[in-house]
Design a protein around this ligand. Structure first.
Ligand code: PMV
Length: 312
């Protein structure tokens, strides 16, 4: 999504939710992600002088961005290089509704919005391959060796069945899913979580392989249940997926507490979403009304924020 406005060019992206398969997807297993309607917008306009970024976490010269922002810095520099434009006379402002470090894809969405905004500013068509190449640069800094599910999910508008070797294949669920997303308020670190799983794999290969293989099967069964419209089956599979993520060591007390609270409040199934060690849980409900009830209980149980929505 990008458009030209009077105040400059605007690139947009949205956040994402991984329904199932996080971490196992790094090892070649499938995962399912859906768009989540929190938006991020990058406005690109003329600003004589340097290329300046304005955002909640950093405002200033792109060339002087702090190390933890090297990903987005390299992505911006490469976008200008691809467009054969000098790195000057531009301001990029990022406005985001997506909380950082909560497994909602904020880093991939920011890079996607920025790349779309820059290409739109120069009136240049942006191919999917170039978008993924540029966002991939940024994600590699943020995550180490990302599977690519985040950048694929934040750029598309449908549920995707994603495999590292094949990319994302869009598919349709026959019925809407009524969901609650609850934020533990703890910033998760995906790079550390992915590193922990890698360490566990090196130490206890066979045990971890079995867990990862089973997560792959759970994902395939969730996809079938989404196509069949069987919410109870999806809920039970969410619960099993959460248990497997616990066994991989990427959950924590806060996430487990929110999952338990969702289940006590009548959720059909709940699990952490994204890298873990903080961030959010998702809970499935049998109606939007039920989702709203569960959402209230989750806030009472300590979630700092929650969102209810039904998939389209
Ligand atoms: O960026 P997050 O926290 O939503 O996690 C991405 C999903 C992982 O499977 C944990 C990592 C990856 O590269 O796929």
């Amino acid at each position: 999504m990008s458009l030209l406005s009077e105040s400059g060019a605007v690139g947009e992206a949205h956040s994402k939710l991984i329904l199932a398969g996080e971490h196992a997807v790094v090892y070649g297993k499938p995962a399912i992600a859906i768009p989540f309607p929190l938006k991020i917008r990058a406005t690109v306009e003329v600003n004589p002088g340097k290329v300046v970024l304005e955002s909640l976490i950093y405002s200033g010269d792109v060339k002087e961005m702090p190390n933890e922002m090297n990903g987005i810095k390299e992505c911006i520099k490469m976008a200008f290089q691809m467009l054969q434009k000098p790195l000057k006379d531009i301001k990029i402002r990022i406005d985001s509704d997506i909380p950082l470090g909560r497994g909602l894809g904020s880093s991939a969405a920011a890079a996607t919005a920025v790349v779309r905004g820059i290409f739109s500013f120069y009136n240049k068509e942006l191919s999917k391959e170039d978008l993924f190449y540029l966002v991939g640069l940024s994600e590699t800094y943020a995550h180490g060796k990302p599977s690519g599910i985040d950048m694929t999910a934040v750029a598309g508008d449908m549920p995707i069945y994603f495999k590292r070797s094949e990319g994302g294949k869009p598919f349709r669920a026959i019925k809407p899913l009524h969901m609650v997303v609850a934020d533990s308020g703890i910033i998760g670190d995906t790079r550390i979580a992915v590193g922990n799983v890698k360490g566990a794999y090196e130490r206890e290969g066979e045990k971890i392989k079995k867990i990862i293989d089973r997560i792959g099967e759970i994902v395939d069964r969730i996809k079938i249940s989404m196509i069949d419209g069987d919410s109870s089956a999806i809920g039970a599979l969410f619960n099993e997926n959460h248990e497997k993520l616990r066994a991989l060591g990427v959950s924590n007390e806060a996430l487990d507490g929110l999952v338990e609270s969702a289940l006590r409040s009548g959720s059909l199934g709940a699990k952490l979403t994204g890298g873990g060690l903080g961030g959010c849980i998702i809970a499935l409900a049998d109606s939007l009304e039920a989702a709203k009830r569960i959402s209230k209980e989750l806030i009472a149980a300590g979630a700092v924020k929650s969102w209810c929505f039904s998939t389209g």
